[in-house]
Design a protein around this ligand. Structure first.
Ligand SMILES: *[C@@H]1O[C@H](CO)[C@@H](O)[C@H](O)[C@H]1NC(C)=O
Ligand SMILES: *[C@@H]1O[C@H](CO)[C@@H](O)[C@H](O)[C@H]1NC(C)=O
Ligand SMILES: *[C@@H]1O[C@H](CO)[C@@H](O)[C@H](O)[C@H]1NC(C)=O
Length: 436
């Protein structure tokens, strides 16, 4: 009987929390509606409403602290199918670390070695970059942001059991700063320079960039003008899954995304000295949401997470899904085109590279069956293992010349790229032999 107590209390807290959360949001939305603050001629993602006023922050912070406490420290779990296979101690780090290091800090972005030349790492995005639910085994765990495990910005443990971009870079340069230390919300210190917000959309990235610059510039560990910084931007899952079907003119989304991405990159170019930016597209929603043999939990959760595609609320049909898939294709083309555009070329201290590993990513590693261990409890976000595959794929993309970059992820140590004597630098569009 005594053993049952915590369980009962847990469920009680869970239900109370959900009820409280739903109630407060309903009240807020009712107020917004009643006051006519929401403007129906502006798309829902682009509106400033009552929810955006400063006083609301306290409420969001309260709700998210509650979620964080409720889910608990899931990111430190050491067993479960959602974990990658650790790389055993007898296997040496695959690269010659000395080749990843310049004798002195280079002054050109086209001469950056992947290792110690990068001193600062940062990221912008949504729940995919927050690593929501990477170690989830049940519903409430999805509220935990396992940022320490995030593919582009997580630095928990080390490359052997959390094979992320920062953990690989740390082997070359233990002085790296900016990676997330572990489970955290955006307002916790552990998140470091991971600016991702769950539910974020394209509209949010210019703001996120300003907040990022502010945060890094103020950090006393960073020599703002001298240190090389790497930023990875990945956004769009929420635009395409949840909001596109509510837009007045869904076909205009790629165009609007183009303007925001341009604005963000121009801002970084003009305000963030010595920066290398990776632009990564969110994987095809069709591939992730239309998985075969989805477990029941995933089917129900997808109604909420991807309501433009799953369920009946917006009269979803094959035709409407076809339409959203076309829009996503254009959204992705825009990212590529903006990253490759002339205005970001030929600069000494700034470069943008489109990293395409997600374009043809597959969940069927053996070619036949979906490998659900790559996905979180909701089959939507990535598991820790998925994050490790993604982190390694991003690392590989950095060392592959444009036009020859891999379009998918691979099992961890298959095809792990290293800097070589012939090509020791991170590829930019200006230092690569192959035209993109
Ligand atoms: C990963 O390795 C660290 C030691 O470097 C260890 O403390 C941790 O428990 C390991 N995690 C897993 C999931 O095995
Ligand atoms: C769904 O279809 C019904 C009937 O055709 C229509 O009345 C309704 O407005 C549609 N809903 C949406 C969200 O498009
Ligand atoms: C994409 O992946 C599939 C297998 O998953 C493969 O058959 C196809 O050739 C790939 N396409 C490209 C462009 O790499």
């Amino acid at each position: 009987m005594i053993l049952r107590w915590p369980c009962n209390r847990f469920e009680f807290t869970g239900v109370t929390f959900l009820a409280l959360g739903t109630l407060s949001l309903t009240v807020v939305v009712a107020i917004v509606d009643a006051q006519g603050i929401g403007n129906r001629n502006v798309d829902i993602t682009d509106q400033k409403t009552f929810l955006d006023v400063g006083a609301m922050r306290a409420m969001f912070k309260f709700l998210r602290t509650l979620m964080y406490t409720l889910a608990g420290p899931t990111g430190v779990r050491t067993s479960g199918p959602f974990l990658q296979d650790p790389i055993p101690p007898e296997v040496p780090f695959p690269c010659d670390v000395s080749l990843g290091r310049s004798a002195r800090v280079p002054s050109s972005v086209h001469k950056l070695r992947p290792g110690s030349d990068i001193r600062v790492i940062a990221a912008m995005g949504d729940s995919l970059t927050a690593a929501s639910g990477a170690s989830a085994t049940q519903f409430t765990d999805l509220y935990q942001e396992n940022r320490g495990l995030a593919w582009s910005i997580g630095g928990q443990w080390d490359w052997r059991n959390v094979t992320t971009l920062p953990n690989i870079l740390k082997v070359f340069n233990p002085q790296l700063v900016g990676y997330s230390y572990g489970d955290s919300m955006p307002f916790h210190r552990e998140t470091q320079f991971n600016m991702a917000e769950i539910g974020a959309v394209s509209y949010d990235i210019p703001h996120m960039a300003r907040a990022m610059v502010e945060r890094i510039r103020r950090d006393r560990r960073v020599d703002w003008k001298r240190d090389w910084k790497m930023v990875t931007i990945a956004i769009g899952g929420n635009d395409i899954c949840t909001f596109v079907c509510m837009m007045q003119q869904p076909e205009r989304l790629p165009y609007k995304h183009r303007l925001r991405l341009l604005k963000t990159l121009r801002y970084l170019r003009d305000n963030m000295p010595r920066t290398f930016v990776n632009v990564v597209s969110v994987p095809s929603v069709r591939k992730v949401v239309m998985l075969e043999d989805k477990p029941f939990a995933c089917q129900s959760l997808h109604h909420g997470e991807c309501s433009c595609w799953v369920g009946k609320l917006y009269n979803q049909s094959d035709a409407s899904r076809e339409r959203w898939a076309r829009i996503q294709e254009q959204y992705i083309s825009v990212e590529r085109e903006v990253a490759e555009s002339a205005e970001f070329r030929g600069l000494d201290e700034f470069a943008v590279v489109y990293q395409p590993w997600s374009l043809n990513v597959t969940m069927k590693m053996n070619g036949k069956k979906v490998d659900f261990s790559l996905l979180s409890y909701d089959c939507f976000h990535m598991s820790q293992k998925g994050n490790a595959y993604a982190g390694t794929a991003l690392w590989n993309n950095l060392l592959e010349p444009p036009g020859k970059k891999s379009l998918t992820w691979r099992p961890l140590m298959k095809n792990f790229k290293c800097p070589t004597k012939e090509s020791p630098y991170l590829y930019t569009y200006d230092n690569s032999p192959v035209r993109s």
